[in-house]
Design a protein around this ligand. Sequence first.
Ligand code: SF4
Length: 656
Amino acid sequence: MRYAETGFNLEVDLSTGNIEKVETDPKWTEQHIGGLGTNMKIMWDRVPPETEPFSPDNLLIFSSGLLCGTPAPGANRTMITTISPQTQFVAYSMMGGFFAPELKYAGYDKVIISGKSPKLVYLWINDDKVEIRDASHLAGKGAVETQEIIKKELNEPRAHVAAIGLAGENRVFFASIEQGRSSASRQGLGAVMGDKGLKAIAVRGTKDINIYKPEELVKLSEWALEYAMWRQANPVPGMIPIVAILGSPQEMLECDERWHTENFMWGNARNRRKGFWTPEIEEQWTKTQLGVRTRLISCYNCPLKCGALISVPGVSRYMMKCFTKLTYAMGAYVDDLEFGFRIAQRATEYGIDGFSGPQVMAFAVELLEAGILTEKDFEGCPEGNAERFYWLLDRIVRREGIGDILADGTYWAALKIGNGADAFAHNNIRKQEQAPLKLGMLNPIYYLMYCTNEKGNITQIEGQWPQMPYAKPEHREQFCKDWFQVPDEHFYEYFLKWEPRGEYSMPYYPDIKACCEIVDWMERMHTIDDACGVCTGISAFHLKPPYHLHNYPEFISYASGINMDYDELIKVSNRNRQLVRSVNVRRGYRRADDTPPEDHWKKRLPEYEKELMDAYCRFKGWNLDGVPTKESLQELDLAYIAEDFEQRGIYKDGED
Ligand code: SF4
């Protein structure tokens, strides 16, 4: 019997219309846990490095995680994996809501989409009955609207539907996949879905999942829930609101936006707006947010309610979470939050990423102001910051005029536009727009995270370790008292010594060795979350979360029967991490791609950065070009990757 997982994937070839339910190898679960881990194994085995994002051979994998649908709280993530049109590397964006548990209840761990449909279709998974249905009547429909239409026509209000909007259909490189209470927004997954002619996947499941030790798992899950609620009632002192409590993050609950509005860089990540958060703005924005926020909502089996249903007068209701609340209003310099909520509704229906979208539009405006784009490019564009953003959004998702070029994101658009436009595409890592944040002095921990994690978003990398030290030793001691999540006690030593100024402050303290260990811990927690399908909002993103390296083995063992302990968890997470890196290395990824935006910090320290990166490469078992070494791959039972690298000449002479 299989526990926690169903033991079956659904294979759908849209070119031939062939649908198969395929039993999976339980050894893969032991080696990779599931979710992103097994997605990457499939990408390595089945997607050769020459595969273009818009090739029928590119796969689009929707995967639950091992713990999804079990009593483990917040285990609801759908990991979507494909080759990104934006970065050309493997993309692994994820969404919450209810889709992944429902997929498991239908009897599948993953849906693996290959090929391309000649006409627009959607997939209907109703337990064992799976059909590809015509979606021509849904062409051009909004992503949220589509979900409602499909549920109505199937007469199945309990189905969960993941859909693309016009942006996905038109292969906008930053198109998202939207679904009920969440979306997978980064790296253009929606464009690949649109390229495959797949408008939506609807799923309804009524089966059970077997649990290996149900009583033990329920008890552990109850502890995690109680602890999560205790954390909500006892915010970590001295931290900004979104990291003081759990959630992903609590942008819909919190109205106080002084820190984000005044410290992020707005427009196309250009200007810090010191003094923006006046009492008048605070009053207006709070009133607007509370006025449009119909209610706070949670994902499957999570009490944290960090999404909200938003009802702006005159437009249909939608779900919002996270920073989209700010990115449009601040990116357009429209100091009216209602504009932010209103344009986000349109952008959600179109299905675009709330980080990249506004930056691309602000980039276009900057190019116009600099004379690189001209009035002719903006012919028919109304006056006014808000109107201009709406106009650009409409053109981008339709790929009309200048919108066709901008639809590829700032990096590729700058190449096409030329004439110095590349200087304005300044906030990219691996060709993708990042959170609009520019800071003063180099932060070595964040330097390593920004550089080396192949995820598209810093919030999906950071967590566990405080962003800043406490000034007073007694506060540091207090913080350590209930910090049982640390991998081992020497992390307390790093933290207790860490000070805002002086010998033990940034950028040289924590020292290089400590920085490597801290970053590795943070990244490892995300790697495990992504294999288990646990939301980072109740786990890796946070300080002192209910999930940690010491109880994850129990969660995994009780749910699945896999014999997991701390050491094995470390090994499996190392294996999954090396696999992600290796898929990308085979596609040409090297250390040169591990580069943050040049202006991310005002004060850079090139020699120290090199030392940091050299040390981190060694720490991770990579050579100095960022390629996993033969030895590290062999230790992790990934010798087949080392052989492949050897055959392809990826290891240079005398190097492994
Ligand atoms: S923390 Fe928030 S986003 Fe994450 S599962 Fe819970 S409600 Fe959903």
